[in-house]
Design a protein. Structure first.
Length: 435
């Protein structure tokens, strides 16, 4: 039995992808504790793990409010990272010191953005594993800086572009991140590290587990040896989840060969006027069936039945595991988890969204050839109509999505991730982070 301590940011996008991995370890007979925000106590206890409340550090809701709730562009993303993930590290670390003394973990697993647990583990020489449920966030000679949404290039001019932009963005725009993290490492008695701080997690961890597959990620000739792709880690799907009462209409459309377009705004930026309502307007008069989630809102409030086109079906919630196999195109704002979920069913995409890491996720949709990116949070009706029509008419998008689906199915997901964590604990070594 291995004692495993998980530490994650108190945000749904960081907690939910971790649930299947924690369950895998608990079911395997390991002693698992999970340190995260009090609001996720029920989520943690349902996995069978021991819940440890993170009461120090960031007020995520307050920090989001102070930054306008936006991580758009470099400046917005920079503010969010500093407020939510970096400046609170010392407070988390002080609280975690007691957790480490009490639980005495054999290995620490953290989402890659929540560095406090990894830093305390490094301080104590305990094996550590980073877990990333977003697009791979590392610098490379073959890619542009993370956040621009630029396509990769390993050509001579491309590498020159990458080097210049990386020095500008990581060395100038993100200079405060480097300074804050460097100061924290010094205060914790940890050695100074050269290079860009964006790479320090991968350099100082035994394993860096990246969800997804290489087929959806930019190739890097300088990929750190600690990085391993593990495939999909979506939460378990409840096959008994209730279907909306209009479900037979979806089945009839599929049987008749009528295209089905599934639209979701996501779980954070839930303003339906950004994507859901424009997509409904864009596909008015088209010979398609539009299914849309209203992010928990009453469909009658969003679009009353008397004004709703007959080819539009709305529900506060639609079970993704049941809906995606019946879907021809998913229209979404480009959250990494939702995109991976669609690709695990071979569904091509139309994506929008520029906040947080969506610009990077959506750029990978284009690079992998699995869909069209609109590169805006508020796409026009005309652009949405053209994008959906393009994906429906061009079979290459579906073919590439199915290729990524096969690649995802070939990896063991949570099974492989759990094995890697146990292997890191058994090795019990401290990686040479400063080399």
């Amino acid at each position: 039995m291995t004692r495993v301590l998980f530490t994650t940011a108190a945000m749904a996008a960081h907690v939910r992808p971790t649930v299947p991995l924690v369950k895998e370890l608990v079911d395997g007979g390991h002693d698992v504790a999970w340190y995260t925000g009090p609001e996720f106590e029920d989520v943690v206890t349902r996995t069978g793990a021991r819940f440890l409340a993170a009461r120090a550090g960031a007020d995520f809701g307050g920090a989001l409010a102070r930054t306008g709730g936006k991580g758009r562009g470099f400046s917005g993303l920079n503010r969010l990272v500093l407020e939510l993930f970096l400046k609170p590290i010392p407070a988390y670390a002080r609280e975690l010191a007691d957790v480490f003394d009490t639980f005495r973990p054999d290995v620490v697993v953290s989402d890659h953005s929540f560095r406090a647990g990894l830093l305390v583990a490094e301080q104590r020489g305990i094996p550590r594993v980073a877990f990333s449920a977003g697009p791979l966030n590392l610098s490379s000679r073959d890619t542009a800086p993370f956040g621009l949404g630029w396509q990769p290039s390993s050509s001579l001019p491309g590498r020159l572009r990458n080097r210049v932009m990386s020095r500008l963005m990581y060395g100038v725009v993100y200079r405060e991140r480097q300074r804050v993290l460097g100061r924290i490492r010094a205060e914790m008695g940890l050695p100074a590290l050269g290079g860009y701080s964006i790479d320090w997690v991968a350099r100082t961890c035994d394993r860096y587990l990246q969800t997804g597959v290489p087929e959806f990620e930019y190739p890097r000739s300088d990929l750190p040896p600690s990085v391993e792709f593990i495939g999909p880690t979506q939460p378990e799907e409840d096959g008994a989840a209730p279907r909306p009462q209009w479900w037979p209409e979806v089945l009839r459309a599929r049987a008749a060969g009528r295209p089905v377009v599934f639209v979701t705004q996501g779980t954070i930026a839930t303003g339906l006027s950004r994507l859901v309502l424009p997509t409904i307007e864009a596909l008015a008069g088209q010979d398609v069936l539009v299914v849309a989630t209203t992010s928990g809102q009453d469909p009658e409030t969003v679009l009353p039945a008397e004004r709703r086109p007959q080819h539009v079906l709305l529900a506060p919630f639609v079970p993704y595991g049941a809906m995606l196999p019946l879907t021809d195109v998913l229209v979404t704002n480009g959250g990494y988890g939702g995109v991976q979920h669609a690709l695990s069913h071979g569904v091509p995409l139309v994506v929008s969204g520029t906040s947080e890491d969506r610009m990077e996720t959506n750029a990978r949709v284009v690079w992998a050839g699995v869909g069209v990116s609109l590169r805006t949070d508020t796409p026009s009706v005309d652009r949405l109509r053209q994008a959906v029509d393009t994906v429906l008419r061009d079979p290459s998008y579906r073919a590439r999505a199915r290729s990524v689906q096969r690649a995802l199915a070939s990896l063991a997901g949570t099974g492989r991730a759990a094995a890697a964590i146990v292997e890191a604990a058994a090795a019990g070594r401290t990686p040479a982070g400063g080399v």
